[in-house]
Write a protein that binds this ligand. Structure first.
Ligand SMILES: Nc1nc(SCCc2ccccc2)c2[nH]cnc2n1
Length: 159
């Protein structure tokens, strides 16, 4: 096995409105060409909560009133030895309309029409749980070929 070099904290915000979820088409960087929630690295000196609000604002201009923490996703990448710890929040109160930026092209999708074929492969395993209102932790282990095995998806009984 390879030693895991380092852990990096990221955020991911799923904005919900009347049965729809706001996704953005990533225009550059990690996950380019995939639809995803809004997020990025947690910066030194900020909390995951503050980082989530900042990334949402930077990536589509939405100002979330309050975010609810709902999941923690661990991604291990065997080829690089990197470990991503992603803090997932849901927002259903926000000001403004989403706008396209050079990072993301935002679009509302009905919960029954999520474009999983154009998203990270693991999203199929955990996004439905999030949309169902669950709180959970999950670990996805990515092999060099890009395949992943879902090691653990564990519902949390926290409130
Ligand atoms: N949905 C989803 N998101 C990510 S990274 C999310 C955090 C991030 C990182 C960098 C830029 C923007 C957002 C994933 N990684 C592996 N599977 C994944 N699924």
């Amino acid at each position: 096995g390879c030693a895991l070099e380092s852990i990096t904290d990221y955020t991911l915000v799923e904005c919900m409105r009347g049965g729809e979820v706001l996704l953005g088409l990533k225009k550059r960087g990690l996950g380019v060409g995939k639809w995803n929630g809004f997020g990025g690295k947690v910066e030194v000196g900020e909390s995951a909560y503050e980082g989530a609000k900042r990334e949402l604002r930077e990536e589509c201009g939405l100002e979330a009133e309050d975010l609810e923490w709902r999941a923690m996703l661990l991604f291990t990448f065997r080829d690089s030895g990197k470990l991503m710890r992603v803090h997932v929040f849901v927002a259903d109160k926000f000001k403004g309309e989403p706008v396209e930026t050079d990072e993301m092209r935002p679009m509302w999708f009905h919960k029954s029409e999520i474009p999983y074929a154009d998203m990270w492969a693991d999203d199929l395993y955990w996004l439905p749980k999030l949309l169902a209102g669950d709180k959970f932790m999950a670990w996805f282990d990515y092999m060099p070929g890009g395949e992943h095995t879902n090691k653990v998806v564990d519902s949390l009984l926290v409130d």
